[in-house]
Ligand binder design. Structure first.
Ligand SMILES: Nc1ncnc2c1ncn2[C@@H]1O[C@H](COP(=O)(O)OP(=O)(O)OP(=O)(O)O)[C@@H](O)[C@H]1O
Ligand SMILES: [Mg+2]
Length: 446
């Protein structure tokens, strides 16, 4: 993409409505625009990051054996009356009447709808295990929408639902979700710690929330500092291997890590004093096992091996896809702007032409652009007639992790400059070597 042809409405001034850094930077970098309270348009740069996050979520869910689909945003109220949640859900649910005076609602979550699909098509234990998921917009009429996309009213969520014959199988599904979620967050450059949580209106006993530690987080959390040393890294996971998934789950959840709702001061005090931490965190996901809470009232039964009808064991598992955009920025920024982790960056690198209109500089930039594009990478080339300072400020604000700077003076010596947004360190090297280096960072080969 050439910046002169892109739509990147950056703001020079700090928007006064933004209370936290991610909201401020998303507005300033031209990623989002508020359409109504808690409802946002995703402008091109923000949309690119959102799609990258979505893709990682899809890849890791499919890797775990979970099946993508798409359910609608609008749902019939009747299904929610069957489960008993239509009246329970309260004012967070946006209730709408259609022209025939029928009650519909903008889905805040999808347990009812998926259970209805399941009971209509699955009748035998032989079709289990089954985990279906989708990434779809949700609506919750939050009392206090705030912090930009972090607490929106309309927001994008991945929600997945497992159907299993036994509790044991459903707990394996729970573990698969836990492991795949950790992988998902790590690929986004995030550490999200699974913490014992409260189940809220979804219901059930077994539940973990995934929290990114950040001062601006809305949750109060308590943990043993040793949990922050655990990483999944690049180890091979066989998602069919119950023992392996269980072991990883235990590795990540054995140390003390809880949200304030389940915090137990007596247990907390048993942690060595130097490792006790209380902090704030951003909830970026939650997993639940809730047994037959929905299958029983809604009649989602299968025939078991003994020929008897039994309600299926279920769980639901959510990732806050749009909230993650804000959470990543909270975890990765500096005074000048965003610093995207390579896994989610909207463009792989920036190209800054210090002297637009100079034949040599223009040609060198075009060559870099073509070489990077040929490798399947997406550069953002700042080809505007602007002074260097302004170009650097824009690149720093939008946070591409790598920048190649091209100017007539360097080109005389056959070099361009490659700069890391994170460290600020620059290196002079030939244009070819710069391309090779970036290709290596993103695992592309020529
Ligand atoms: N209003 C919101 N705006 C953006 N993302 C949200 C919002 N509410 C929930 N999410 C995201 O969706 C994920 C799954 O939804 P879940 O039902 O667990 O939310 P929740 O526990 O009600 O969230 P919260 O406690 O923050 O209100 C959450 O972990 C969070 O990342
Ligand atoms: Mg939650």
């Amino acid at each position: 993409m050439r910046l002169s042809r892109y739509f990147l409405p950056v703001l020079k001034e700090n928007p006064s409505e933004a209370q936290i850094v991610s909201h401020r930077l998303m507005l300033r970098a031209g990623m989002i625009k508020q359409a109504a309270a808690g409802i946002y348009s995703w402008l091109p740069l923000g949309f690119k990051v959102l799609r990258k996050i979505e893709n990682i979520v899809h890849e890791e869910q499919i890797r775990a054996g979970h099946i993508p689909m798409l359910m609608p945003t609008l749902q019939s109220a009747d299904l929610w009356r069957e489960s008993g949640r239509y009246d329970d859900y309260g004012q967070e649910m946006l209730r709408i009447k259609d022209r025939h005076d029928r009650d519909i609602l903008y889905g805040p979550t999808n347990e009812e709808l998926i259970t209805d699909i399941f009971r209509g098509h699955v009748s035998s234990y032989k079709d289990l295990p089954l985990t279906l998921y989708h990434i779809q917009w949700k609506f919750r009429d939050e009392i206090r929408p705030r912090f930009g996309v972090m607490r929106g009213r309309e927001f994008l969520m991945k929600d997945g639902y497992n159907f299993d014959l036994t509790k044991e199988d459903a707990l394996h599904a729970y573990n698969r979700h836990l492991v795949s979620y950790i992988r998902t967050y790590e690929r986004m450059g995030l550490q999200a710690i699974p913490m014992r949580a409260d189940s809220g209106p979804i219901g059930g006993d077994d539940t973990h929330e995934f929290l990114v530690l950040a001062d601006t987080g809305e949750s109060e959390v308590f943990y043993d500092s040793a949990v922050t040393d655990i990483r999944l890294g690049s180890r091979e996971i066989d998602y069919d291997d119950k023992a392996q998934c269980q072991a990883v789950m235990e590795e990540f959840t054995s140390l003390y890590a809880r949200t304030d709702e389940t915090h137990d001061e007596a247990v907390f005090q048993q942690i060595p004093e130097g490792r006790r931490r209380s902090a704030r965190g951003i909830e970026v996901g939650q997993i639940f096992y809730f047994g037959t809470k929905y299958s029983e009232p809604m009649g989602a039964n299968v025939q078991g091996p003994d020929g008897k009808q039994v309600p299926v064991h279920m769980g639901s598992h959510g990732i806050g896809v749009s909230r993650l955009v804000g959470a990543i920025i909270e975890a990765s920024h500096d005074d000048k702007g965003i610093i995207w982790p390579e896994g989610v960056t909207p463009f792989h690198c920036g190209i800054v032409n210090l002297k637009q209109g100079d034949d040599e500089a223009d040609a060198a930039c075009e060559q870099l652009y073509a070489a990077l594009t040929a490798l399947g990478l997406e550069p953002l080339y700042d080809d505007r007639n602007e002074r260097a300072g302004g170009k650097f400020a824009t690149m720093d604000l939008i946070g591409l992790p790598w920048r190649i700077t091209v100017g007539p003076r360097g080109l005389k010596n056959g070099v361009v400059e490659l700069t890391s947004r994170r460290t600020g360190e620059s290196e002079e090297l030939s244009p070819e070597a710069a391309v090779r280096q970036i290709a290596g960072i993103y695992g592309r080969t020529g």
